[in-house]
Design a protein around this ligand. Structure first.
Ligand SMILES: [Cu+2]
Length: 143
């Protein structure tokens, strides 16, 4: 939906027309079906509201009374700002990070695992005191 405030600054009557079919003609033959157009207006501001049913692209707007001197470009954007809902696949957005986080966790786990076991002394046997101060001999390689 587009709302235009239209007022004549020079006192002459004007009429806004958007050449929606891009035929380059600023007459009202295709108004309002293909070429949205306002009523004629003068020094009192009017609000002209119309719905854009046009493909994205650049169009020309005219004053139908002065089409050779009062004209300009009118751009239709693919998505209207602030009015459109863009569907977002949240799972697709998050999935790569979940996979990456999983790989990082697995890598850290692997590093911790090897660090732990590589730093462990490869003790074949050891002596350790028990409560009665009797030393026990234990073979770690053969529990
Ligand atoms: Cu005009």
């Amino acid at each position: 939906m587009v709302a235009l405030g239209l007022r004549s600054g020079d006192g002459a009557p004007h009429q806004f027309l958007l050449d929606g079919d891009n035929d380059g003609v600023a007459d009202t033959a295709n108004c309002p079906t293909m070429d949205p157009c306002s009523t004629t207006f003068s020094t009192t501001t009017i609000t002209y509201t119309f719905t854009i049913n046009l493909a994205a692209g650049t169009y020309t707007y005219y004053c139908t009374v002065h089409p050779t001197s009062m004209l300009g470009a009118f751009t239709v954007s693919p998505v209207s700002v602030g009015a459109a809902t863009i569907p977002v696949n949240k799972l697709a957005l998050v999935a790569p990070y979940v996979v990456f986080a999983g790989l990082v966790v697995a890598l850290i786990g692997t590093i911790v695992y090897f660090a732990h076991f590589s730093r462990r002394p490869k003790t074949i046997c050891s002596f350790s005191p028990n409560a009665s101060s009797i030393y026990q001999f234990r073979d770690h390689s053969n529990p």
